[in-house]
Design a protein around this ligand. Sequence first.
Ligand code: SAH
Length: 249
Amino acid sequence: MADRMILKILPLLVLSMVAAAREVAAQDAECVRERAAMVETIRTYARSRVDALGRDGLSDRVLEALGKTKRHLFIPERSCSIAYSDAPLSIGHGQTISQPFIVALMTELAEVAPDHVVLEIGTGSGYQAAILAHLARKVCTIEIIPPLAETAAKTLRDAAYDNVSVRLGDGFAGWPECGPFDAIVVTAALGEVPPPLIEQLKVGGRLVMPVGSAYASQQLTVVEKTAPDKTTTRAVALVRFVPFTRPKK
Ligand code: SAH
């Protein structure tokens, strides 16, 4: 009698264990838990940075975009434990993918809306472009290092980000054919805001960029274009970015 009961229950038990193991494996492959934990860390930390955000925490839209973007796909190791710490990471060629909180902060400050066209200078891994792609209609991004531009374009294509265009070149001149832009995010540090970028920004649009000398702390700066020939500028936080390089003449 007891034997028959066991024989009946056993297959069900095995099946449910297999299903549970499959679910764990699938979650691992997608790094679901690690990503959710990272979003929570950033959500909590952001509440203490009213100074930089100008508001009490990050918006739900930006947090949702962070939750949807698989950062592990954008780093060479593709490891869940490495990808989802709130830290900058090396992507080779002397470049880094920014700390996720800084990506979130810059995205929030850019005030991206669903019908927006956004320009990013410094594609790097493509992670920031992917976050922007969840929030905007179209993202145009420029990278100066050929293998990084190539890899980022492939990663974005493979992950079906079909509203992102990657261009190889010097971002100083912007990308007039892709604009005008509702928002511009520059992810490399320079002592000045490139004038062509201001030209390609729509009135009412915002540019977010680390301004200052490379390899020192820079001021994360928000420039708002208030009229065709008028801007307002405010510095919101001290940050540390890789240099905005210019091609040798
Ligand atoms: N946004 C990236 C990280 C950027 S690191 C990400 O999410 O992964 C800064 C990037 O800016 C580097 O890849 C660097 O090669 C690029 N860069 C530096 N100067 C540039 C220029 N003049 N034009 C375009 N890209 C530039």
